[in-house]
Structure formats: structure tokens, C-alpha cells
Design a protein around this ligand. Structure first.
Ligand SMILES: C[S@@+](CC[C@H](N)C(=O)[O-])C[C@H]1O[C@@H](n2cnc3c(N)ncnc32)[C@H](O)[C@@H]1O
Ligand code: SF4
Length: 371
């Protein structure tokens, strides 16, 4: 499996370096549901994206799978909580049945990690589980002190378990306990040499969030997460949201790295794809997302990126994959020039994680081949 991943990574590097696209996209994100048990303040799902709160049907799912071409990875996550889908584990099993070498993963708020769900997740043999976490409940010692009247500014741990988190996902103590049990199970199985999922903590960065972020890194090490991934807050279309300045965020990332290194937990940032991929992407002239990726919504509509859900370039229930991938609407996202919908997006730019700020380069992308 490791050899296969390295081979896929090498192919991606070669594609980016030579400014070519995959013949057909092999990294697929499936919006299995847009229903959610939470309503996080930061989440654009209902306010901005106005997603339909429905599940992908089995019929749509199988029709979409029929049209995929040897996918390398399938992420079962849309703008909702994937574990709310009543057939999520049937979906995973069907992907394994059809595409045995395909990595399957999902991102979750972990609120449903009961014993029964934990066993189902482990039995499903997914490659990776990303757990979104931005707050921790107070420790017992801290909880003996009543929360300050204005806990939003006074409490560095932010949401008390009876309150809604100011930033990010509200995470009651019960969920933290379930997470610990999940990680204990996963790590016991891994220690016994069984192939159990990598579990990553995914943290969105907020202003004045350094203390909680460091606390989360400590928790990741103590509870046995395998990696931490830091994510920029996306504020496009949400003037009510505030993100840290570039300088503050780089400082936060540096502090988090230092802490994670001292604890032996790998820590990455969505904006840091490593030196090779950065070089291959011509230092951000080329988005690392577009060469091999599609986002498929609950109805089979295809978009070039999860952040461009409304930019429909085709529908996999109605059209073959090649027709969509090589269609004019999709190719336009690959140049020449930056697509108007991508202007101002810094979600995956390497320069963001660099020590000195660089401006987004809206340079034309020349001589792109679509082979
Ligand atoms: C939309 S959620 C869906 C999966 C699941 N419900 C969860 O929260 O993990 C996928 C990821 O998007 C992130 N997210 C939500 N709103 C965001 C925003 N405004 N900027 C950046 N990431 C955001 C969440 O933190 C989560 O890691
Ligand atoms: S971030 Fe995830 S848990 Fe929060 S509302 Fe959005 S989809 Fe639901």
C-alpha cells in the first residue's frame, strides 16, 4: 500500500511539474449527505451554500461509482455529517468491493462515536478518519470554577459543555471521552499489527486561538491521534467571520509545529504540501487541487473543488466521466488564466505557510495540455 501511495504521489508531482491533468480524475469527494447534527457558526452550509439537507441515494451512489475510472481515493464527506447517512457503511463496503486499492476516508465531528459506531468504523476498513476539533471542555479542575459571566471572552477554553462553542465545533465532554475510547481501540489494533485507520485531528484556526490550539496539540499527543492538520478559516462570502492575520496565523502554525515536534506528533497545514509539491506546482501558479480531483454532490452534479460546489460542470448520473472532465466548463478551471471563481482563493496555496507573505499570483497558466 505504501508503494502504491508513493507511486500516486510521484505521478501527481509529474503532472503538476509538466502542467498536465490526469486523463480522468482519480481523487473523488462524494457529498454523501448535507444533513448535520450540528450547526457550527463558521460553517457555510446553510447560510451561504444553501445546501439541500438530504442524503445521496443508493441509486445515485451506484450510478456515480459506475462512471468512475479506477479511483485512487474517495472521501465520503460533503457539507454535513457523513455518519448521519443511514447507509454510510454500505457505501464503504461497496467501494471496497468495486475498487479494492482505493483509499476511503471521511471527516467527522465525532459526535456519533458510540461503542457500536466505533466497532462499525473499525470493521469498515477505512484508510483515514479526520476528526474536526476546535475546542475542549474544561478540565475537572477548571470546571469547579463557575464560568465567567462572559465566557466567550473570559474562558480560554471557550465553550463550556453546556454552551455553544464560540468558534468551531462545540465539543462536549462526552464526545472527548468517546474519542479517547476510539483512539484506544484503534491504537491497540495497530499495535497488534492490524491495518487500522489513520486518525487525524483537523483544526480550523481562529483569531486569539493560540492557547486552545496548543491545548488541542497536547490532547492529540495524549489521546493518540496520528497527526494534526491545521486549516485556514474560509471567510469568503461571510463578512461576519474573522480570520487571523497572515502573520498571526503563521506564528500560530510555527508554535503548533514546535509543540507537536516536542511531543512527537506529525503536524501539517492544508497550505503546506511539502517542498516537492510546492516546486511542482510552480510555486502556486497551479492549484494542487485541479489536476486530478472532482467533487460530486448528493444529486451527482460535479464541481472542480469542494469550495466551488455551485460551479456545476456536469452530472455523473447523466454523463460519462470523460465527457465532463474534458468538457469546456471543466477545462476552463485549468487555464488559461485563473478562473474567476478561483480568484482570491488561498485555501491550498503553499505561500500561505511560508515565513514571508507573498501575494496571490493571478498569472495566466500557459501551455496547459489536457491529456
Ligand atoms: C463541512 S465539514 C463536514 C464534515 C463534518 N460534519 C465535520 O464537521 O467534520 C468538513 C470540514 O469543513 C470544515 N469547515 C467548516 N466550515 C469551515 C470554514 N468556514 N472554513 C474552513 N473550514 C471549515 C470543518 O471544520 C470540517 O473539518
Ligand atoms: S462544520 Fe461539520 S459539524 Fe459543523 S455544521 Fe458544518 S457540517 Fe455540521
Amino acid at each position: 500500500m505504501l508503494a502504491l501511495r508513493l507511486y500516486r504521489q510521484a505521478k501527481k508531482l509529474a503532472r503538476l511539474a509538466t502542467k498536465t491533468r490526469a486523463d480522468t480524475p482519480r481523487e473523488v469527494q462524494l457529498e454523501v449527505t448535507n444533513r448535520c447534527n450540528l450547526d457550527c457558526d463558521m460553517c457555510p452550509r446553510l447560510i451561504l451554500l444553501k445546501v439541500p439537507e438530504v442524503d445521496m441515494s443508493w441509486e445515485t451512489f451506484t450510478q456515480v461509482l459506475d462512471r468512475l475510472d479506477s479511483p485512487e481515493s474517495i472521501t465520503l464527506t460533503g457539507w454535513g455529517e457523513p455518519l448521519m447517512h443511514p447507509r454510510i457503511f454500505d457505501f464503504v463496503a461497496e467501494i471496497h468491493r468495486r475498487f479494492p486499492s482505493c483509499d476511503v476516508s471521511f471527516t467527522t465531528n465525532a459526535h456519533f462515536f458510540t461503542e457500536a459506531f466505533i466497532e462499525k468504523i473499525l470493521a469498515a476498513r477505512v484508510s483515514r478518519v479526520n476528526v474536526s476539533l476546535e475546542e475542549l471542555p474544561w478540565s475537572d479542575a477548571e470546571a469547579t470554577t463557575p464560568p465567567p459571566s462572559d465566557f466567550r471572552t473570559g474562558n480560554p477554553m471557550k465553550g463550556h459543555e453546556n454552551y455553544v462553542a464560540r468558534d468551531g465545533h462545540p465539543t462536549p465532554r462526552k464526545v472527548v471521552d468517546r474519542l479517547r475510547r476510539f483512539l484506544d481501540r484503534v491504537n491497540a489494533e495497530r499495535a497488534a499489527g492490524r491495518d487500522f485507520p489513520e486518525v487525524r485531528m483537523q483544526v480550523v484556526l481562529f483569531p486569539e486561538g493560540t492557547e486552545i490550539m496548543l491545548r488541542l496539540v497536547d490532547f492529540a499527543a495524549e489521546a493518540g491521534f496520528h497527526a494534526v492538520n491545521l486549516v485556514r478559516l474560509d471567510v469568503r462570502g461571510r463578512p461576519d467571520l474573522r480570520r487571523p492575520s497572515w502573520e498571526d496565523e503563521r506564528r500560530m502554525i510555527a508554535l503548533a509545529r514546535e509543540r507537536a515536534e516536542s511531543l512527537g506528533v506529525p503536524l501539517g497545514s492544508v497550505n503546506d504540501h511539502g517542498a516537492l509539491l510546492k516546486l511542482a506546482s510552480h510555486s502556486d501558479r497551479f492549484c494542487v487541487r485541479l489536476d486530478n480531483f472532482i467533487y460530486v454532490d448528493v444529486s451527482g452534479n460535479v464541481a472542480p473543488c469542494c469550495l466551488l460546489r455551485g460551479h456545476r460542470v456536469g452530472n455523473l448520473v447523466e454523463q460519462p466521466l470523460r465527457e465532463i472532465w474534458h468538457g469546456e466548463r471543466m477545462k476552463r478551471f485549468y487555464g488559461p488564466g485563473v478562473h474567476p471563481a478561483c480568484v482570491g482563493c488561498d485555501a491550498f496555496l503553499n505561500c500561505y505557510a511560508e515565513p514571508a507573505p507573498l501575494e496571490r499570483r493571478a498569472l495566466p497558466i500557459a501551455s496547459v495540455s489536457h491529456g
